[in-house]
Design a protein around this ligand. Sequence first.
Ligand SMILES: NC(=O)c1ccc[n+]([C@@H]2O[C@H](COP(=O)([O-])OP(=O)(O)OC[C@H]3O[C@@H](n4cnc5c(N)ncnc54)[C@H](OP(=O)(O)O)[C@@H]3O)[C@@H](O)[C@H]2O)c1
Length: 291
Amino acid sequence: MSTLSIKSTARMNSGYEIPRLGYGVYQTPPDVTEDVVLQSFKAGYRHVDSAIFYRNEAPSAAAIKKSGIPRSDIFFTTKVYSAKLSYEDTKSKIASSLKQTGFDYLDLMLLHAPFGGREGRKGAWKALLEAQDRGEIRSLGVSNYGVGHLDEMEEYMKELEQERGEGKGGKIDVGQWEIHPWLARKDITDWCEKRGIVVEAYSPLVQNTRPNDPLLQPLVKKHNKSPAQILLRWSLQKGFVPLPKSVTPSRIVENASIFDFELDEEDMKSLNTGKYEPVCWDPTTAPGSRL
Ligand SMILES: NC(=O)c1ccc[n+]([C@@H]2O[C@H](COP(=O)([O-])OP(=O)(O)OC[C@H]3O[C@@H](n4cnc5c(N)ncnc54)[C@H](OP(=O)(O)O)[C@@H]3O)[C@@H](O)[C@H]2O)c1
């Protein structure tokens, strides 16, 4: 039986730990966020994935404070969104997230999408590094970066190291992408694996668009688990950190009840589709993210 549990964590390049299951709050209305985040804690999650774009950093933080759980036991992520990333804009957005949450530090801050050209992306990364030096952000990463953007990062991380001093170009701790059996993104996940980068999977339930898919149904019957549970188990066993979202109390519990069964090798193989079918947005290839 699996050794994973709801308390399992992965160690990031920063040395900090990240819980292997997250709770996403994209499209969760601000006025229900506090309540559902509190429900997620009751179900055992200790990891909230928010973003400036979601407009629910403040109620997510309010739930964390109200929960009575020590701040250090909860992992909170937010993301800088900009149609045109830049140093100044990222600096002011970091300050805004600290103000919105009232936290002394953010566990993880991601650049939400690679929009704005090389200099903008480099400037945004530099702003994150400076905040990390000040202790405002513990771990850093990117979301929706294609392999080209990641290769480019390695170049400007070297440049920043020359400007800022040895070892100060930064390390990518986490990358976040839409990942599920119909969009496995092996090129990106291989790139990350080689560098010890934790991969988070967003839209891990394919936004509930495929519950009756013929690939899932045999596994649903075999394991007596829901399609969502099968998809989350696939994600965990691939080594990812899935971030399911739900505002439905029973589903919040269901999506955390995935540690009492395991998919075997054949089950995992049966979900290799080789497809590239995003259900959300795909800025890895959008015109605004041109290299
Ligand atoms: N970095 C990025 O660009 C990016 C983009 C998208 C998402 N994300 C992150 O990833 C998280 C999840 O992604 P997502 O919200 O796009 O999609 P998702 O988690 O794949 O799917 C959420 C949808 O599935 C439904 N659902 C949840 N649990 C279910 C279950 N057990 N059975 C059936 N349906 C279920 C939800 O409905 P109810 O809520 O009504 O229950 C909601 O409609 C987000 O909240 C966010 O944190 C990041």
